[in-house]
Design a protein around this ligand. Structure first.
Ligand code: APR
Length: 312
């Protein structure tokens, strides 16, 4: 069906499979689930299982497994999870050596086969991998983002909701900065149905929640032996939907900065409006001095990983 959107998922592992399920279930478009030749049959099997799932649930989406980049030709959206996930004891930055050649391989192929796609990178270390993808492809800054802030904010919101004893639906909070232990939960903007969250939660509990949010990915890695996939996939699908449906959603994303927040030539988590043109605007918030300081620390850690990539 020529009118359907095409969504390419690069990496058919844990996050890739969940992405395919969510995209198909929401009938966002037809899905190509891509992996390396050694995993091509695995991707094909997952795709077939998901098409059969559609027959039960009643969604119309074609899902194809592939190890051939030609099948991604003309994709409207690419979501990249290619890479190795963390194991217990590893930080995201520990993955740079192993995931750098993978993101370069993906970027070179994507540049050739799907140059006009809106790209969402999930592979870690996130902020450096999305930087590298842009550097290799030279794609416009509005057409590429990293997924981290929606997920980190979701974790923060959950912990706040549980602590305050309120519905998750009423909590609004944002996490900015890099997708690492220095990420910046923006306490000054955290509300429960527009009431400051600090009215509900004492400062020492708030500090514990911030700490748990920063280590939220690692908590799951320690429990499961690998990294999370349900919430990461949902977060990326929210971003893809904002683009495909021109929703103009304001979401925290790793976006390319050219002076915003005082940073140049760096991807880092900031609030951005995502609509049909991609990243349509970066929103600059009046952060407190303490938050600005935390953002500077986080940007410095991201820059150090980017510098490692530039030298390799
Ligand atoms: N091209 C395409 N796919 C690749 C490539 C490549 N060059 N290299 C590896 N892959 C595939 C793997 O074969 C595997 O199927 O990427 C998939 C990754 O799947 P999982 O190992 O299940 O990892 P997942 O949990 O999905 O996480 C993927 O996202 O959150 C990050 O830290 C996480 O970097 C990791 C990535």
């Amino acid at each position: 069906m020529a009118n359907r959107k095409k969504i390419g998922l690069i990496g058919a592992g844990n996050i890739g499979g969940e992405l395919a399920r969510l995209c198909a279930n929401a009938e966002l478009g037809d899905v190509v689930l891509f992996d390396i030749p050694a995993k091509e049959n695995f991707a094909k099997g997952k795709a077939l299982d998901l098409e059969q799932n559609g027959s039960v649930l009643g969604y119309d989406a074609k899902i194809t497994g592939s190890g051939n980049w030609a099948d991604l030709e003309g994709a409207d959206v690419l979501i990249v999870t290619a890479g190795i996930p963390r194991k217990p004891g590893q930080s995201r930055d520990d993955l740079v050596a192993v995931n750098l050649p993978i993101i370069r391989d993906v970027a070179q192929n994507a540049k050739k086969h799907c140059p006009s796609a809106f790209v969402i990178v999930i592979s870690n270390p996130l902020d450096a991998m999305v930087y590298e993808y842009k550097r290799v492809t030279g794609c416009p800054k509005g057409m590429i983002v990293g997924m981290a802030g929606v997920l980190d904010s979701a974790r923060f919101q959950l912990f706040l909701a549980r602590e305050a004893g309120v519905s998750i639906k009423d909590v609004r909070a944002m996490v900015l900065g890099g997708h690492g232990d220095d990420m910046v939960p923006v306490l000054s903007m955290c509300t429960i149905n527009s009431i400051p969250a600090t009215n509900f939660i004492p400062v020492e509990r708030m500090n514990a929640i911030i700490d748990r949010t920063r280590k939220g990915g690692g908590e799951i890695v320690n429990l499961m032996g690998t990294s999370a996939y349900y919430a990461p996939a949902s977060s990326a699908v929210a971003m893809a939907t904002a683009y495909l449906h021109d929703q103009k959603r304001l979401l925290p994303c790793a976006a390319y900065l050219e002076g915003e927040y005082g940073y140049q030539d760096l991807f880092i988590g900031v609030p951005a409006i995502i609509g049909g043109k991609g990243v349509e605007k970066i929103v600059e918030l009046p952060l407190t001095a303490e938050e600005k300081g935390m953002l500077a620390k986080s940007a410095k850690s991201v820059q150090s990983v980017v510098d490692v990539c530039k030298k390799s």
